[in-house]
Design a protein around this ligand. Structure first.
Ligand SMILES: C[S@@+](CC[C@H](N)C(=O)[O-])C[C@H]1O[C@@H](n2cnc3c(N)ncnc32)[C@H](O)[C@@H]1O
Length: 199
């Protein structure tokens, strides 16, 4: 039986990717953790690649792949300098990952995503909104703080991230206000998601 992934906005991205005539190769930027969303794309016949900067998150993803014999090809890498040639992928996404970086690094990562995408290729990226209530700094010992020299989530105003998509047609943009309860705690999150096609 197929597993349902947590990263549900990627189902809409997958729907749009499936409608594209491009070869089914997909890259996840920030691909680690114990439930890598690339498994969804694998189920639908994509050749998958992922880059993950943090050792622990990479180890979790590799354990997930080994336990299921899934060749997701997730390796250590930094989305600010993607180890792939120009126009290597039909599809690239970064889910809940770009937000950990500073704005200059987000701009770098966005130009890398554009560089490795083929013409007419699709990308999905989500950003943290300025309306998100969480302004807490990352824990002093968090590995990402050291790896990214970033102190807290970078936040974007409603149209601010449009600038990263100058060379794209934006196919879908969604601002989401989410509230949920997990581990007995209430969470709130405001994000802005883009699905865009490279011109
Ligand atoms: C919240 S996790 C989400 C993981 C996965 N996308 C998911 O939805 O399950 C964000 C991941 O992005 C990774 N990350 C952040 N900045 C990165 C960078 N510059 N290059 C590669 N990975 C990065 C983090 O280490 C972390 O594992």
């Amino acid at each position: 039986m197929h597993e349902i992934i947590w990263a549900t906005p990627l189902y809409e991205f997958l729907r749009q990717c499936n409608a594209s005539p491009l070869e089914k190769t997909v890259l996840d930027c920030g691909a680690g953790g114990d439930a890598p969303p690339l498994s969804l794309f694998h189920q639908y016949g994509y050749t998958t690649y992922g880059v993950e900067i943090a050792e622990e998150a990479l180890a979790q993803a590799q354990e997930f792949c080994q336990a299921r014999a899934l060749p997701l090809n997730i390796a250590r890498g930094d989305m600010r300098a993607l180890p792939f040639g120009n126009e290597s992928f039909g599809f690239v996404y970064s889910f809940n990952a770009i937000i950990f970086m500073t704005k200059p690094d987000i701009a770098r990562a966005m130009s890398e995503i554009e560089r490795v995408l083929k013409r007419d290729g699709l990308c999905f990226v989500n950003f943290e909104s300025v309306d998100d209530p969480d302004n807490e700094p990352f824990c002093e010992t968090a590995p990402l703080r050291r790896l990214l020299q970033s102190e807290r989530f970078a936040k974007h105003a409603d149209n601010e991230a449009d600038a990263y998509f100058r060379n794209f047609d934006v196919l879908r943009k969604e601002k989401k206000f989410a509230e949920w309860v997990r581990w007995g705690r209430q969470f709130k999150r405001v994000t802005i998601e883009y699905i865009a096609k490279k011109k």
